[in-house]
Write a protein that binds this ligand. Structure first.
Ligand code: SF4
Ligand code: FES
Length: 251
């Protein structure tokens, strides 16, 4: 049964991108283990406001594991200690009375800190804009069976499409590589006939944009796969490498 616990939270505070940050520690009492992690941060902010202090800035939107906004490093893990969930799906029953929980923003060259726990993840949007789309004429809805797609390919494309662009892969990687994200976004289209038309241009454009934005190289440490809340497989990285090489040979 859920009970109430007393905890300490050690939170990264930084007033702006160019200002030096530091950890500050706060005591929180009577936190229900039934609360979500983000509700605990809401309670912390109410407490800080009551004390006349600045609330902690952190990102969130859907709170349902869909949008990818809740980018927090919790006790040394992106999205916290549990597998296959986002920060907003983490609950306080994962923690015990007397625990100290360390909360940091993503730390990656590609994601500069805006303030406190909020980072600028627009680099991922720019990579998508470089090629993560199909150019098709819109019109009437075609019959579902007009373009046959092998079940295995449809399944793999759907698995790749589960990527929510949260950035945990780059944050977890010692090289700051965004390859898991880019490979998922390339794969979800490259596996389908509709995505083949622009496949070569897409792979080259998205990899070039990733490099331009300061993300590092992949050295197959697999940290990204371990920390990804949506279980995106590094087999997608192998597919991206094949797509990229094929496009280069074609040139
Ligand atoms: S691959 Fe996983 S960790 Fe990376 S952005 Fe997508 S969902 Fe997040
Ligand atoms: S707030 Fe949307 S995934 Fe966590």
């Amino acid at each position: 049964m859920d009970k109430n616990i007393n905890i300490k939270v050690k939170v990264w505070r930084q007033r702006g991108p160019e200002v030096q940050g530091a950890f500050e520690t706060y005591d929180l009492e009577n936190i229900s283990q039934g609360s979500s992690f983000l509700e605990m941060l809401d309670i912390l902010n109410e407490q800080l406001v009551r004390q006349g202090k600045e609330p902690v800035v952190f990102d969130h939107d859907c709170r349902e594991g869909i949008c990818g906004m809740c980018s927090l490093y919790i006790n040394g893990h992106p999205h916290g200690p549990d597998d296959s969930i986002t920060t907003c799906q983490l609950h306080m029953r994962r923690f015990n009375d007397g625990d100290t929980i360390t909360i940091e923003p993503w730390r990656s060259a590609g994601f500069p800190i805006i303030r406190d726990l909020m980072v600028d993840r627009s680099a991922y949007d720019k990579i998508i804009q470089a090629g993560g789309f199909v150019s098709v004429n819109t019109g009437g809805v075609p019959d579902a069976n007009a373009i046959p797609i092998p079940k295995a390919n449809a399944d793999m494309a759907m698995d790749a499409a589960a990527c929510i662009g949260c950035g945990a892969c780059a944050a977890a990687c010692k090289n700051g590589s965004a390859m898991l994200f880019v490979s998922a976004k390339v794969s979800q289209l490259a596996l389908l006939p509709q995505g083949r038309v622009e496949a070569a241009r897409r792979a080259k454009a998205m990899v070039a944009k990733m490099d331009e934005l300061g993300f590092g190289n992949c050295t197959n440490t697999r940290a990204c796969e371990v920390e990804c809340p949506k279980n995106i497989s590094i087999s997608n990285i192998a597919r991206l490498n094949r797509e990229f090489l094929a496009a280069k040979f074609k040139d």
